[in-house]
Write a protein that binds this ligand. Structure first.
Ligand code: ZN
Length: 361
């Protein structure tokens, strides 16, 4: 073999290695609220016509109480998905190699605006802040600091209830990964809670993450959470939404390292994935409604993956597009079936841009 051939082959091998590394995001995901029963056919079509061609391999569905739970029927939403409906989703996702992951919000997000969700309606004794009354008309900011209600993680009966939901949803979804939400938990360790008062908030948060993780691990299932409570909002300037201003961030050094972190940033491509990876966590970057942010985040994650050693490189799992409207309204905007503002179109445009970026050769 002459010198020129050696150079040519070396270049080819190098190019292939770079391509292989660049193309190796394990997670290419999409996150949205599970459809209601009547929206299911359109959603199944959306999976086949929009997710599959874009090579989406992870579908994170926010289910919460939108399933006809048999173990806890009192917690079902009206018009919740039936077992048969969920099986249609499961079959389609399995056929197309999509990892279908159900989400139930645990700990926080037990209410929204004026609406208390089913868990605290049926079990008001689990409320971390029963003295905070739900307003008739919700406004932010408010005197109580109410964003969403939380359940008390130290209530002796709360896990008996919520783990019934988790077990049942994992069974019917035939899932190996579970997403517990756990973002934007503002009410934790409340001074008036007889159990949590005075307890370190990082320990409370870490304790709840660990309890859920251990429950799932008994059946070889894995816990995924949003990452915001593990970032220091003040020190980093990330603030109270995409990071913690109530001292939960130190939980990052206490929770098990096999929890998968979904690291969301919507306004800027904050490079926090590196922080999670350096702390030993697998991490997924999540945009929402700004195409330029999604493109930059993808480029950043590719750079991190490419220039890290093998141990760190393997921590950068990939990207998930998040959608925070209902799936029916998202699909209407996506298919341009209704008049929508530029802001409403944001997540549809971001989804298209993200997968253009990910699918680039
Ligand atoms: Zn409590």
């Amino acid at each position: 073999m002459n010198f020129r051939n050696i150079i040519a082959i070396s270049l080819l091998v190098f190019t292939l290695q770079v391509q292989a590394q660049e193309a190796s995001f394990e997670v290419r995901g999409f996150c949205i609220a599970a459809p209601k029963s009547k929206g299911l056919p359109a959603f199944l079509k959306f999976i086949e016509q929009e997710l599959v061609p874009r090579k989406v391999n992870t579908l994170l569905l926010r289910v919460d109480f939108n399933y006809q739970y048999k173990s806890r029927p009192e917690l079902r939403d009206e018009d919740a998905l039936s077992e048969e409906a969920v099986k249609q989703l499961v079959t389609l996702c399995q056929k197309n190699g999509i990892n279908l992951i159900p989400q139930i919000n645990l700990l926080g997000h037990q209410s929204w605006a004026e609406t208390t969700y089913n868990l605290l309606i049926k079990y008001p004794e689990f409320d971390e802040t029963p003295h905070v009354k739900m307003p008739e008309i919700y406004e932010w900011p408010n005197e109580d600091g109410l964003y969403c209600k939380s359940y008390c993680p130290l209530h002796p009966e709360v896990h008996g209830v919520v783990f019934d939901l988790v077990d049942e949803i994992m069974e019917v979804f035939e899932a190996k990964d579970f997403h517990a939400g756990m973002d934007e938990v503002f009410f934790i360790g409340d001074d008036k809670c007889p159990r949590c008062s005075g307890v370190d908030k990082a320990e409370l948060f870490a304790g709840e993450v660990t309890k859920i993780r251990n429950h799932l691990a008994q059946k070889n299932r894995k816990l995924w959470i949003w990452g915001d409570r593990l970032l220091n909002g003040k020190l980093t300037g990330l603030g109270m939404w995409e990071a913690s201003m109530n001292n939960t961030h130190r939980a990052i050094d206490i929770i098990p390292k096999d929890v998968v972190i979904c690291d969301w940033h919507y306004e800027r491509a904050e490079p926090t994935a590196a922080y999670f990876a350096m702390k030993g966590f697998q991490v997924i970057t999540c945009p929402w409604n700004k195409p330029e942010v999604a493109r930059q985040q993808t480029a950043d994650l590719k750079t991190l993956k490419l220039h890290s050693n093998k141990t760190l490189s393997e921590k950068y799992l990939g990207m998930i597009q998040t959608v925070w409207s209902g799936s029916e309204s998202f699909m209407e905007v996506f298919h341009e079936e209704i008049e929508a503002s530029e802001r409403q179109k944001g997540s549809a445009k971001c989804f298209i841009a993200l997968f253009e970026e990910l699918n680039q050769k």
